[in-house]
Each structure stands twice: as structure tokens, then as C-alpha cells.
Design a protein around this ligand. Structure first.
Ligand SMILES: [Zn+2]
Length: 394
């Protein structure tokens, strides 16, 4: 990545045309429109949180003549720049100039507009130290990740709560990030994550968003931001959990963390016999670990009416079984002078007598696995790949 140092630009230059979007919680443009302050992969503006301590300290530094650190811009197109590092600081500068907040000078609040003209001028002409970087998007993103590891690491929902803070977040947190909520005892059987770090709230929002017209959690939060009515969120979450508990009443470890919201949306209008399902779950759990390698897939497999076999990550036959079947079949076929693929042997032409290598064949259930056929030597036949694939999934 190539970098060029610029020391000729001032706060006035970089903050020219600055606008802050309260709805999106971010600074938009600067440098007379040439600079995008908050590209997609950046965090939202967080310096206003915590009573604005951080944004005030940025202004304080400038007023005292302290450096505010290096700023990094990227130039994806000629004369179009994006902030790689420094967006929180630039947004602080812009918000101050636009009188969004005041700093305390000798104990008194000072807005930019109320500062003496000479001090305003001094503030605006303060030079900034900027590196302009050139590199591919992936180089720049990789670099951005590296420099941000030491920064404030926040979970997605913690950031969303900060951006869309208001009556809705307050009410939702009282239910979904409240570690004393007695419902957690049940909810934790279905949800995996850290309640205090807003991951339960995230899950509840993700579920309700799937049933709404909103595309993302952030859209939903933005739409409900000013309302303390969280009944839709709560009711939907309860519906999902109650449905899951009704269909699968016996709690098992693998049920925790499944996408219950999506499962509810897909399957809740179908009727299930919970008792029969419980027997089927028990039966599938009793299968060899070697065979069903994904126990968590059992639930949707059964909800789908045993259609989504791939969810179980089934390993049908052990290698030893396949090799034995191959050897038996090949020996018998050679004695008869026919192909060791029984379907090739029934046909005509060169394939009818072809002896396939072990690697050229696949194992097939004589009675399909999904119809109760077992994965042992008595139910195993080796077929050439073409015939096995033509037969479809066991
Ligand atoms: Zn064949």
C-alpha cells in the first residue's frame, strides 16, 4: 500500500461542507464534498456516547494545541476520498463547528459560535496530519481491521443500541438484556450468546425482522425508535419459543442456538404430533455418531418431513463396509464374467462387462436410508458413479 503525507490541510478544509446525520448517527461528508467520512465498513459515531466525553476531549486537544493524531484517507477514485482512520475525530471537529455540543472553558460551556473570532480562526486554521493511502479495497480493509483491533470492540447490537438509543431500546433492554429476567431460565435453552452484551436482544430482533417488511434489524429499530411499545417484539419472541417448546418438549443441548425464528416462519403453520416427533428424535439420537454427524440438524430434518437429509451430514457407510461389499461383488462378477456394477451388468455394450475400480464406485442403500434401510453390509451395494447418481439420494 502506497502512502503520501499531507500537512497542508486545515480543520477548515476538512470540515468544509460537513454534515451530521442524526438519523444514521454519522458524519457524512467533508473537504467540500470530496471526502466520505463514514464508509460502509466503518463503525458508527460513538464519541457522542457517554455524555460526549470523547468528542469534547478532541476539541480540548485542538484548543490546547495538542496533536489529535494521524488521519488516514483512502483515494478510491481520483479526487474522491474516504476516511480509513479518524472518522470519529473528524466527526467531532465537524459537530463542534456546527454547534452540536459545547466544551467547557474555565468551567463555562463554550459553543463554537460563541467563541471570540480570533479563537475561531485559530481553531479553523489548525493543520492536520493526513496520510493518503492507495491500495486495493481488500488491502485497505485488511489494514483497517489491523489498526482497529486495539480500538473499542463492540458487538453489533451494542453499536445499534447506541445509534438508535431512545424509548424503544430502553424498553427492549429491560426485557432482553436483563439478566434478572426469570424467563431467561427457559430462553437459554433456545438461545446461545451473552445477554449483557445484547446478543439476546439481537436474536429477538433478528427473529421479528424476519416476520416484518424491514430488511435489517437497524431498519426495524429506526422505525420504532421513539416508541416504548415493544409488544410486537416480545409477543413474537414468545410465539417462537412457545412453538419450539410445543413441538420439541424434551430439552436437548443441540436445540440451543438453532435459528428458531426462521424455523418458526417456515414450519409453524404445519401440524406436528409432538409425541411421535419425540420418538423420532430419540431414535435419530440413538444412531451411531459416525452416521449422523450433525445432531443439531435432526430438528429441521424432522420438521421438513424427513426431506432435508443433508442437514444430518450423514455418513452412510463406513469404509470397511464399502470395501467388503466391493470385494464380494467384484469376486462374484468376475466369476460370472459381468460388470461388478449390477446395473451395468444388466445393460449392453462395453459397460456390461466392465470391472470398475473401488474408487470408481459409490455405496448405495438397497432399501433407502430415509425409509429405514440400515447402513450395514446387508443393505449395501456398490454401483458405478453414473448409476449411483442416476438413482438419486439414498
Ligand atoms: Zn453402473
Amino acid at each position: 500500500m502506497k502512502t503520501t503525507l499531507r500537512t497542508d490541510l486545515t480543520i477548515a478544509d476538512i470540515c468544509a461542507g460537513f454534515e451530521f446525520s442524526a438519523a444514521e448517527g454519522k458524519g457524512l461528508y467533508g473537504w467540500g464534498g470530496k471526502l466520505t467520512i463514514q464508509p460502509e465498513y466503518q463503525r458508527h459515531y460513538l464519541y457522542a456516547e457517554d455524555d460526549g466525553k470523547r468528542e469534547k476531549s478532541v476539541i480540548d486537544s485542538v484548543l490546547r494545541g495538542y496533536p489529535i493524531g494521524l488521519l488516514y484517507f483512502n483515494e478510491p477514485e481520483q479526487n474522491k476520498f474516504e476516511v480509513l482512520d479518524g472518522q470519529q475525530r473528524i466527526t467531532s471537529l465537524g459537530r463542534f463547528i456546527k454547534n452540536y455540543f459545547a466544551v467547557s472553558v474555565q468551567g463555562n460551556p463554550h459553543y463554537f459560535k460563541s467563541m471570540p473570532a480570533a479563537e475561531r480562526e485559530k481553531f479553523l486554521t489548525t493543520p492536520l496530519t493526513i496520510y493518503i493511502c492507495e491500495g486495493t479495497e481488500s488491502e485497505i480493509k485488511a489494514w483497517y481491521k489491523t489498526i482497529n483491533i486495539t480500538g473499542l470492540e463492540l458487538k453489533k447490537q451494542e453499536i445499534a443500541n447506541a445509534i438508535y438509543s431512545g424509548a424503544f431500546v430502553t424498553a427492549a433492554k429491560a426485557v432482553f438484556s436483563n439478566s434478572t429476567n426469570s424467563n431467561l431460565y427457559v430462553w437459554k435453552n433456545f438461545f446461545k450468546g451473552n445477554v449483557k452484551r445484547q446478543e439476546l436482544l439481537r436474536t429477538a430482533l433478528e427473529w421479528v425482522v424476519k416476520s416484518s417488511d424491514d430488511k435489517a434489524v437497524e431498519d426495524y429499530m429506526s422505525r420504532h425508535r421513539l416508541s416504548s411499545d415493544i409488544s410486537e417484539l416480545e409477543n413474537y419472541f414468545e410465539s417462537v419459543i412457545n412453538w419450539a417448546r410445543g413441538v420439541f418438549p424434551n430439552q436437548r443441548e443441540e436445540m440451543c442456538g438453532l435459528e428458531w425464528g426462521r424455523l418458526y416462519e417456515t414450519y409453524h403453520t404445519k401440524t406436528y404430533d409432538a409425541e411421535k416427533l419425540a420418538a423420532e428424535v430419540a431414535e435419530l439420537y440413538a444412531a451411531d455418531d459416525d452416521v449422523i454427524t450433525s445432531k443439531s440438524g435432526i430438528y429441521e430434518y424432522l420438521l421438513s418431513g424427513r426431506k432435508l437429509t443433508n442437514l444430518l451430514h450423514v455418513r452412510y457407510f463406513k469404509d470397511a463396509v464399502k470395501k467388503r461389499a466391493y470385494n464380494q461383488q467384484t469376486k462374484a462378477a468376475q466369476a460370472k464374467g459381468v460388470s461388478n456394477c449390477p446395473l451395468c451388468a444388466e445393460g449392453k455394450g462395453s459397460r456390461a462387462k466392465k470391472i470398475w475400480d473401488y474408487k470408481e464406485m459409490e455405496a448405495d442403500h438397497v432399501t433407502a436410508w430415509s425409509k429405514g434401510g440400515e447402513s450395514n453390509i446387508n443393505n449395501c451395494q456398490m454401483l458405478c458413479k453414473m448409476h449411483n447418481r442416476a438413482k438419486g439420494n439414498a
